[in-house]
Design a protein around this ligand. Structure first.
Ligand code: TAP
Length: 517
């Protein structure tokens, strides 16, 4: 299939290169969706050098959406070489900072124009509820490209007063340089929401990248690649390689010409990747890993707000959310009322097709994940926690899992310690006013991604936020992330900040220059 300049013009892009690719066409959500299914290397969609294919399954029907090319080690090498040439001698190496920013704005504008298509793809490929995908996954991704586009001409060094030996004088200054070719490996939970974080920082710091989306949800990444060509990104800056972790992901971690790897995924694979980055070429790495974020709810909270936000903390995006509230600690006197209200609200949640506008709860991303959730809940029951509702698959086609609540969860139980990454609320009590004890319990996890506290007493809230061992603390809110605010975990939830000014430094290196005169 051809996407012709005529089509570009009709989309409001006055000029643009001709782009050839095998497209998949689907009529859905009142749209004629058309998207690529091949590897994107050097601004071209190409077949893989092996004949392996990934199967993209619609989680709400369990039917095959399409087959996607799966990158080999050789393909990774080809993409890295294209990125290297672009970085060292291509158009990208010559472009000035403000024009780089303009390209990023242009891509953000195109994503805005195509947001319905992008959100529909996220829904089809990952099961995200459409309205959420539109506002959060796509919306925040657009914001992030704009935010980091704005940084392009504001990345500055400093001048430093060093000692000089008279009569000579010295001037020392620093420059912030791009690291070079970067690798990005993302998990299956909503690509655009993931990609907002790492990919948009690289162009602002002039780095370019080779990105592997998760094998089970690669479609919106490929659509983004298509749009990047229309936006005018030069060849080699953005390369997107669907593939498996063991082949494509590992080849990125091992590649000697990649200087930095931004990984988002599980702690287990993060550890493995860090080893590969060290032994290949000591590439820098930032890791956004798993979490089991505590949410502490005191009896003096605004109850309705705590219920609403606490439910959002757990059930947002069917629990497939790295900062999901993995464990709720509720003060004893309000515990029963809180749980009762949550169960009432769960009964009102519409479980359905993610493209249906009334749906609040869509299917889990893929079958293996659904099976793990069933197993997770079985373990909870066997351990003696009280299953208040849910805990099983919804009786309908698709990977739907019931919103679930466990109470009486003891600190040593598996479900108190391990992340479910699904719609499972884990509730434990704490005794009146035992604030230090509940903080200790909340901190007794190797994860440290996010946390939350609900109370009307601001001093108490600040006391908790000072002592909680997590990279993010929400007070009287949850999931309130923003492109301008730094985001990232402590302990085994990883290191390196995403979003905000702090994120830029992850992709820059500082050169120090000293002049004598
Ligand atoms: P993982 O199984 O760790 O996979 C993440 C990515 O790594 C996938 O693209 C995977 O490829 C790839 N991979 C697997 N083995 C690899 C290897 N040897 N070398 C290089 N890449 C490899 O995680 P997941 O199940 O997709 O995602 C869920 C996890 O991600 C949860 O723990 C969640 O908390 C975490 N997460 C964290 C955050 C933040 S911001 N901290 C955000 C979202 C998710 P495949 O395509 O083959 O799977």
């Amino acid at each position: 299939e051809f996407i012709k300049i005529v089509v570009l013009k009709s989309r409001g892009v006055s000029s643009g290169p001709l782009l050839d690719f095998d497209s998949v066409k689907i009529k859905t959500n009142n749209l004629d969706l058309e998207f690529p299914r091949q590897l994107f290397i050097n601004n071209q969609f190409v077949d893989s050098t092996n004949d392996k294919k990934l199967k993209s399954i619609d989680p709400s029907s369990e039917k095959l959406l399409c087959e996607v090319e799966s990158a080999s080690r050789q393909d990774v090498h080809k993409a890295v070489m294209a990125a290297k040439v672009a970085f060292e001698e291509g158009e990208w190496s010559k472009i000035n900072a403000r024009d780089r920013g303009r390209l990023m704005y242009r891509l953000a504008d195109l994503m805005d124009e195509h947001k319905e298509e992008l959100a529909t793809l996220e829904s089809l490929d990952s099961g995200a509820v459409y309205t959420l995908a539109l506002k959060t996954h796509v919306g925040m991704s657009i914001d992030t490209w704009r935010y980091f586009g704005g940084w392009c001409d504001k990345i500055q060094g400093s001048t430093i007063p060093i000692n000089h030996a008279r009569p000579n004088r010295n001037l020392t200054f620093t420059k912030k340089e791009p690291i070079g070719v970067c690798g990005i490996v993302t998990p299956w939970q909503c690509f655009l929401q993931q990609c907002k974080q790492p990919s948009s920082k690289r162009p602002s710091s002039m780095g370019n990248f080779v990105l592997k989306p998760a094998q089970v949800s690669p479609l919106s990444a490929l659509k983004l690649a298509e749009l990047s060509v229309y936006a005018g990104f030069p060849p080699g800056v953005i390369n997107i390689l669907p593939g498996t972790g063991s082949v494509c992901g590992q080849a990125i971690a091992d590649h000697p010409d990649i200087r930095k790897l931004g990984f988002t995924g599980s702690t287990l694979i993060g550890q493995q990747i860090m080893k590969s980055c060290a032994s290949s070429n000591l590439k820098r790495v930032s890791l956004e890993l798993g979490g089991k974020s505590p949410l502490i709810i005191f009896s003096d909270c605004d109850m309705d707000r705590a219920v609403r936000q606490g439910m959002g903390g757990v059930f947002f995006n069917k629990g497939e959310n790295c900062i999901a509230a993995g464990r709720l600690f509720i003060e004893e006197s309000i515990h029963d009322e809180f749980v009762k209200k949550v169960v009432e609200e769960i009964k009102k949640m519409v479980i359905g097709h993610p493209l249906d506008r009334s749906t609040a709860h869509g299917p889990q991303n893929h079958k293996a994940h659904l099976d793990k959730l069933v197993e997770y809940c079985d373990i909870g029951v066997k351990e003696g926690a009280t299953l208040v509702c849910g805990g099983k698959r919804v009786k309908r086609p698709g990977f739907f899992f019931e919103p679930t609540v466990f109470t009486d969860v003891q600190d040593d139980m598996y479900i108190a310690k391990e992340e479910s990454f699904g719609p499972v609320m884990i509730v434990s009590k704490f005794k009146e006013s035992e604030i230090d004890d509940v903080i200790k319990r909340a901190n007794s996890t190797e994860f440290g991604l996010a946390s939350g506290v609900f109370t009307r007493d601001l001093s108490k809230a600040m006391y908790v936020s000072d002592r909680i061992d997590a990279g993010t603390c929400f007070i009287n809110c949850y999931n309130k992330t923003d492109v301008a605010a730094p985001f990232g975990g402590f302990k085994q939830s990883g290191f390196g900040k995403d979003l905000g000014e702090a994120a830029l430094n992850e992709y820059l290196r500082i050169k120090c220059v000293t002049v004598e005169y």
